[in-house]
Design a protein around this ligand. Structure first.
Ligand code: NDP
Ligand code: 8X3
Length: 251
C-alpha cells in the first residue's frame, strides 16, 4: 500500500508518515525544505524498513506539482491514499490591515495547492478503481474567529471541496475524508507569526494542545476502516477546547 503525504517535513505530515510507515505502508513524502525532507526519508527507511520516495516541490506551483507526479515511476503511481496536508496560516491581522502577500500564500497553498495535487492524483486512483483522499481542514473551516479571516476562508473552502469532491469521486470508488483539528502544537504558530517563537508559545499557554501524533492517529483510523465505511469528517480538539473560540486555560 502506498500513501502520498504533502507537507511531511514537520507537524502532522511528518507524524502521519511515521505512523503509516510503522504500519508497513510505503510512503511518498513532500515539502519545500530539502534537508528536512531528506532527514525524514532517512529516518523512516532506517526505522521501518519500508520504501520511501521524497519529492521536493512547492504545492503552489502547478508546473512543479505536475512534474513531481508525472515523474513518479509506474510502481509509485499506484497510490492508495493521498493526504492533502501541506498548508499554513500567515499573519493574524484584522481584515482592514491584512497583508496581500499573506492572503496569497494561504489561498495559494491551502486551496489551490490542494486542488493541484488532487487534480494530478485523482485520475491515478480512478484508473485503479479505488483510493482515499484525506484533506486537512480545521476547526477554522467550521467557525470563524477574530483575525482568522483569510485562513478561516481557506479552510471553509477546503470543507466545501471535501464535500464536493466526495460526490464527484463516489462513482469511482474513492473515499474522501476531512480531518478538522483545533489547536495543535506544531510549527504552525511559528509560521503564522513569522518566526516569533514567544508569540507562538503563547497560543498554547495554559492548555495541553493536541499533538501531531493525535492527528496522525485520526488520519490512520479513517484510512484503515473497511471499504464499506466512509468517514466524512473528524473534528477533534484539545480537552481544554470546546469550539474555535472557547478554551479553559490554566494560569
Ligand atoms: P507545520 O507548519 O508544522 O507543517 C506544515 C507542513 O506543510 C510542512 O511540512 C511544510 O513543509 C508544508 N508546506 C507548507 N507550505 C507548503 C508549500 N507551499 N508547498 C509544500 N509544502 C508546504 O503545520 P501543521 O502540521 O500544524 O499543519 C498541517 C496542516 O494542518 C495545515 O494544512 C494546517 O492548516 C492544518 N491544521 C493545523 C492545525 C494546528 O493547530 N497546527 C489545526 C488544524 C489544521 P515545508 O515548509 O518544508 O514546505
Ligand atoms: C489551526 C487551528 O484554531 O489556530 O487550523 O485556526 S486554529
Amino acid at each position: 500500500m502506498i500513501v502520498f503525504i504533502t507537507g511531511a517535513t514537520a507537524g502532522f505530515g511528518k507524524a502521519t508518515a511515521e505512523l503509516f510507515a510503522s504500519k508497513g505502508y510505503d510512503v511518498i513524502i513532500t515539502g519545500r525544505r530539502k534537508e528536512k525532507l531528506s532527514l525524514v526519508e532517512e529516518d523512516l527507511k532506517k526505522r521501518f524498513k519500508i520504501k520511501v520516495l521524497s519529492l521536493c516541490f512547492d504545492v503552489r506551483h502547478v508546473e512543479e506539482v505536475e512534474k513531481a507526479v508525472s515523474s513518479l515511476p509506474d510502481c509509485w503511481k499506484q497510490i492508495d491514499i493521498l493526504v492533502n496536508n501541506a498548508g499554513l496560516a500567515v499573519g493574524y491581522n484584522p481584515i482592514q490591515e491584512g497583508l496581500i502577500d499573506d492572503w496569497d500564500r494561504m489561498i495559494d497553498t491551502n486551496v489551490k495547492g490542494l486542488l493541484y495535487m488532487t487534480r494530478q492524483i485523482a485520475p491515478l486512483m480512478i484508473a485503479k478503481g479505488k483510493g482515499h483522499i484525506i484533506n486537512l481542514g480545521s476547526i477554522a473551516g467550521k467557525e470563524v474567529y477574530a483575525n482568522g479571516n483569510v485562513y478561516c476562508a481557506s479552510k471553509y473552502a477546503v470543507d466545501a471541496l471535501n464535500k464536493s469532491m466526495r460526490i464527484d469521486l463516489l462513482p469511482h470508488g474513492i473515499r474522501v475524508t476531512s480531518i478538522s483539528p483545533g489547536l495543535a502544537e506544531t510549527e504552525f504558530s511559528i509560521v503564522r507569526f513569522k518566526g516569533d517563537e514567544q508569540r507562538a508559545k503563547n497560543v498554547y499557554k495554559g492548555i495541553e494542545p493536541l499533538k501531531a501524533e493525535d492527528i496522525a492517529e485520526a488520519i490512520f483510523w479513517a484510512a484503515s476502516r473497511p471499504a464499506h465505511v466512509n468517514i466524512l469528517d473528524i473534528v477533534l480538539t484539545a480537552g481544554a477546547q470546546a469550539n474555535a473560540t472557547t478554551f479553559i486555560r490554566k494560569s
